[in-house]
Design a protein around this ligand. Structure first.
Ligand code: SF4
Length: 262
């Protein structure tokens, strides 16, 4: 199929007539393509297509090995009652099977957890469903910490969707009950002295580990997570009241045969 053949939807409308002068201007179109391309990169004339009255696009094969499957499209036109054909535009277009760049993905969709580095800024979209509007009015009589936990004074706070997403992510992640360290733990975080409850509704299920020797120190852990550094993991035995036995290997005592020492 010619690279300039029409789509089925375009065929339904009456195509413009091919202007003979523009159709004959193959050399003008080729010269334009060769001027734009590198020398020797314009191949055979592949066909033409009427774009409108007195406007025709000529197609030429592209011989550049970096653009296999592409073709040069040179549009020529002439004014009404004029015999002079001029070049409108000259572009390189992909055909069927042309090698194309992957579809563009906005950076926000490409971003992955852990991509943010020191000094990077990550703006949150105004319609981010993870956030909900906070209360603008702040009552001076309220305790400041209480205000903060309620979201007062903050433009946006965590929405129900945002909270549920975070809870599911944390619970299924390495700080949840299915982590290998948790399945081998002697007891759950909920019974550990280092388990510090979170504020808000998340406190029902999550806390922060405050044990510097635990792998999750400073991180959110689920109540049924756990590790070997649990505060009650090991019962340390009390120090013995008796010292260890001392054996005198240098001195000796003479004992008569048959003397049992009784
Ligand atoms: S020390 Fe271990 S058991 Fe205790 S809160 Fe931290 S992770 Fe949980």
């Amino acid at each position: 199929m010619s690279p300039l053949s029409r789509s089925s939807s375009a065929r339904r409308t009456r195509p413009p007539a091919v202007d003979p002068a523009c159709a004959a201007a193959v050399d003008i179109a080729r010269a334009a393509a060769e001027e734009t391309a590198r020398p020797g990169k314009v191949g055979d004339h592949l066909g033409l297509r009427a774009e409108a009255d007195r406007v025709v696009t000529h197609a030429f094969a592209c011989l550049d090995p970096a653009y296999q499957g592409w073709h040069w499209a040179v549009t020529v036109a002439r004014a009404s009652r004029s015999k002079v054909v001029t070049v409108d535009e000259c572009v390189l277009l992909p055909g069927d099977g042309a090698l194309l760049a992957p579809e563009w993905v906005p950076w926000l969709e490409r971003l992955r957890p852990g991509d943010l580095g020191p000094g990077d800024l990550l703006p949150t979209a105004p319609d981010d469903v993870r956030l909900a509007p906070g209360f603008a009015a702040v009552d001076d009589e309220l305790d400041r910490q209480e205000q903060y936990e309620l979201g007062l004074g903050r433009v946006r706070v965590l929405s129900r969707e945002g909270r549920d997403e975070a809870a599911a992510r944390w619970y299924e992640g390495p700080a949840g009950p299915h982590a290998s360290i948790a399945t081998a733990a002697p007891a759950q975080c909920s019974t550990c002295g280092f388990y510090t409850l979170m504020a808000g509704e998340l406190r029902q299920m999550f806390g922060v580990c405050a044990n510097e020797y635990a792998p999750d120190d400073g991180r959110v852990v689920s109540a049924d997570h756990g590790c070997g550094a649990h505060s009650e993991a090991v019962s340390v035995p009390l120090a013995s009241e008796h010292g260890p036995p001392v054996i005198d290997e240098l001195g000796y005592e003479i004992v008569a045969p048959g003397d049992t020492g009784d």
